[in-house]
Design a protein around this ligand. Structure first.
Ligand code: MN
Length: 292
């Protein structure tokens, strides 16, 4: 399927004169992972729409292949997370954060929860590499995520439930997103040492913070016009006014908003880096955290 075909559904559902979402009309328009080498991008957004959900997107052949993951990705290999395919999105959507107006398709607030690159690792039963797009078509793709929060091997697997056989209504296929153990268990060892993800589960979407701006859903909803779109890494901001510092830090983004009470407690003494942030995210998981 060509890039244009892949995005037709996306464009058909949106009114770009009324929303600030990227249209994907400029092929060069990209979210800014150029500093990450040649690896394709991934992004996980939290979308506070009619139903709160996570959107898991992988760059494949010029578009973001997308799944809606109601509970969000888990870092615990024992959790199989439902992933429902949604329409391809343009690459530029990787850094979209803001408010889609009520009444529009997907109306609600979006934050970029995690982003980074991934290494496709799909292979066949004889352990020969398989092109990633092909593996998706076959219904089983494996990849290693290099995000700020999510790190390690994951798999997306389509399963054929009863809906496949029930004819009549053409229901969409269902997938599972699972954290997989690497062959030598090294990813789990890394976890124990505090890198990447800790004990599994998913952060509370309402308390989770953007990997781009450090903001929560509520903070984005309250100031939807705060700059979130910086594809060129320049200092200019849409909407004029003050010019905040550029966000193009390779490790950590400057914060745009005044610290909240939670920040004052949580950030004041924390060292920089995704590890500290991931730990904090794990702490706030509360009852949804299955292993702590
Ligand atoms: Mn969504």
């Amino acid at each position: 399927m060509s890039e244009a075909d892949g995005l037709r559904t996306y464009r058909g559902k949106r009114h770009f004169d009324r929303t600030k979402e990227p249209s994907g009309e400029h092929p060069g328009q990209h979210g800014g992972t150029s500093d990450a080498g040649d690896e394709p991008a991934f992004v996980v957004q939290i979308h506070d729409a009619s139903t709160m959900h996570f959107d898991f997107r992988l760059e494949v052949d010029g578009v973001l292949k997308s799944w809606s993951v109601p509970k969000g990705p888990s870092t615990d290999p024992r959790d199989k997370r439902l992933a429902l395919p949604t329409e391809d999105h343009p690459l530029a959507y990787e850094t979209f954060e803001g408010v889609i107006p009520e009444g529009e398709y997907g109306g609600g607030t979006v934050i970029v929860w995690d982003r980074g690159t991934y290494r496709p690792t799909s292979h066949d039963k004889k352990n020969r590499p398989v092109p990633f797009a092909e593996s998706l078509e076959h219904g089983h793709a494996t990849f290693e995520l290099h995000g700020e929060k999510l790190r390690g091997q994951y798999a997306l697997t389509r399963f054929h439930g009863r809906e496949e056989k029930s004819g009549g209504s053409a229901r969409k296929p269902t997938w599972l997103l699972v954290r997989t153990k690497s062959g030598d268990g090294s990813s789990l060892v890394r976890n124990k040492s505090g890198h990447g993800s800790s004990g599994g589960g998913t952060p509370d979407p309402r308390r989770a913070r953007s990997a781009l701006s450090g903001r929560t859903l509520r903070q984005v909803a309250e100031t939807p016009d705060a700059p979130t779109w910086d594809p060129d890494g320049g200092g200019s901001t849409p909407g004029g006014g003050s010019t905040p510092p550029t966000r193009r830090s390779s490790t950590r983004s400057p914060r745009r908003t005044a610290p909240t009470r939670a920040d004052a407690a949580g950030r004041a003494s924390s060292p920089n880096g995704p590890t500290a942030r991931t730990r904090r995210a794990a702490r706030t998981t509360g009852s949804s955290c299955k292993t702590r």
